[in-house]
Design a protein. Structure first.
Length: 414
């Protein structure tokens, strides 16, 4: 059974925190801490409100076990647990920050005994006896993934269990076509401006033609395209997935980082940490141009970790020398887990406080002579340069700028 995902951060010093939002559901007033970099940071999403309202309208009660699929910061699962305290609630998401906020919000609303863990879709969900699977389904996941999320619920439901979903109106008609299946019974279909809610159940469980012991990712359901590229006289083939950027063209940040790897070419390295690896371009090129004994991949996004590792392995790097860390921040679990290089992209949406935290953690993660190589838009990189100088944290060795994107190379101070 996956373990509950918890955070050691103190609420008062959380650099991801934006504000508290309040949500009245039935007779309960719920309080949610939200982050700018999570979905619906302004207020509880209107689609979520519509979806929860239909549970009341349908007079659903006696919920014994519920799966909140793609829980975000937790409004659906926590609302259900508040109304039905005896219900066993599982909340899963691919984003480690979402899991941390769900855990904090469960504690904030005194919703105890909720299982919160990381999963890409159903891939880490082992239980098969939920009587409700509920989800605010994202729109841009790809046709195959969307159909998988809608139909593979049947393998995790008990007999007579139901699915309740909300989708944006733009994909509502397509979702209705997927659910127009002789083995599916629509229990509710209700449209609001901008959103469409479905409740449905499976009349019979389909006979799967695939190995159910494998997750959807391993079965290739998330696959999008393949890109053949050449860097530093090394040929690589990169698989790309839906719902991640750079499936067709490289970002300027990645291009700058790839050019910067020439300083590493030919080196023998004990360990390199790459954060926010995306589809895996940086770690794969690194593995081709340098002799790296251990590559650490760090990301909030479980999907990015999976595809980056798969691309490393398919390009010849040994899987037992890859460490994947699904977490918020860069720090390794062991004090001795130091890297000679920390390389990655700072996401502009995260903001200055998060960037400062990541740079501090990178300095802790580096060996005494280690280098941090980071790319982002020019404004965040300028802030990073000012921050490390004012804090006497690191020395600026080099800076490059191209098309509004900057890269900075920093050396740890002894």
């Amino acid at each position: 059974m996956p373990q509950s995902h918890t955070s050691g951060n103190k609420l008062a010093s959380d650099p991801h925190f934006k504000k508290n939002v309040f949500f009245r559901y039935r007779e309960h007033c719920l309080n949610f801490r939200v982050s700018q970099s999570l979905f619906s940071s302004h207020d509880i999403d209107l689609g979520t409100k519509h979806l929860l309202k239909t549970l009341k309208d349908q007079k659903i009660k006696g919920l014994e076990k519920v799966l909140d699929l793609g829980c975000g910061y937790g409004p659906i699962g926590i609302a259900i647990k508040t109304i039905f305290p005896s219900t066993k609630v599982h909340m899963v998401d691919k984003d480690a920050l979402a899991l941390e906020y769900s855990q904090k919000n469960a504690e904030l609303n005194r919703a105890s005994d909720i299982k919160i863990y990381g999963s890409l879709g159903y891939d880490n969900v082992s239980d098969k006896d939920f009587n409700l699977i509920i989800s605010n389904i994202p729109a841009k996941v790809g046709v195959g993934v969307l159909e998988h999320l809608l139909k593979s619920a049947q393998f995790h439901l008990r007999p007579s269990g139901r699915v309740a979903i909300v989708v944006i109106d733009a994909i509502g008609d397509y979702v209705a076509k997927i659910l127009a299946d002789s083995d599916i019974k629509i229990l509710l279909q209700k449209r609001w401006p901008g959103h469409l809610v479905f409740h449905y159940e499976f009349l019979r469980k389909a006979m799967s033609t695939t190995n159910l012991s494998l997750g959807a990712f391993e079965l290739g359901i998330y696959n999008r395209t393949e890109k053949a590229l050449s860097f530093f006289d090394s040929d690589i083939l990169i698989k790309t997935t839906y719902n991640l950027p750079e499936f067709d063209t490289l970002s300027y940040e990645t291009e700058l980082l790839l050019k910067s790897l020439k300083i590493i070419k030919g080196q023998k390295l004990q360990r390199v940490t790459i954060f926010n690896p995306g589809q895996g371009f940086i770690p794969v090129v690194l593995s081709k141009i340098a002799a790296v004994k251990q590559i650490n991949l760090v990301d909030r996004d479980l999907q990015a970790l999976k595809i980056s590792k798969e691309n490393l392995v398919s390009n010849g790097y040994p899987p037992d020398r890859i460490s994947t860390m699904h977490q918020v921040g860069i720090l390794g679990k062991e004090e001795s887990d130091k890297s000679q290089y920390v390389i990655g992209v700072l996401t502009e949406k995260d903001g200055p406080l998060v960037h400062a935290m990541l740079v501090k953690q990178a300095a802790q993660q580096l060996t005494k002579t280690g280098l941090l190589i980071v790319a982002s838009r020019s404004t965040p990189i300028a802030r990073v340069a000012t921050f490390v100088i004012s804090e006497k944290l690191m020395t600026v060795l080099n800076r490059h700028k191209s098309k509004g994107i900057s890269l900075i190379v920093l050396k740890k101070k002894a």
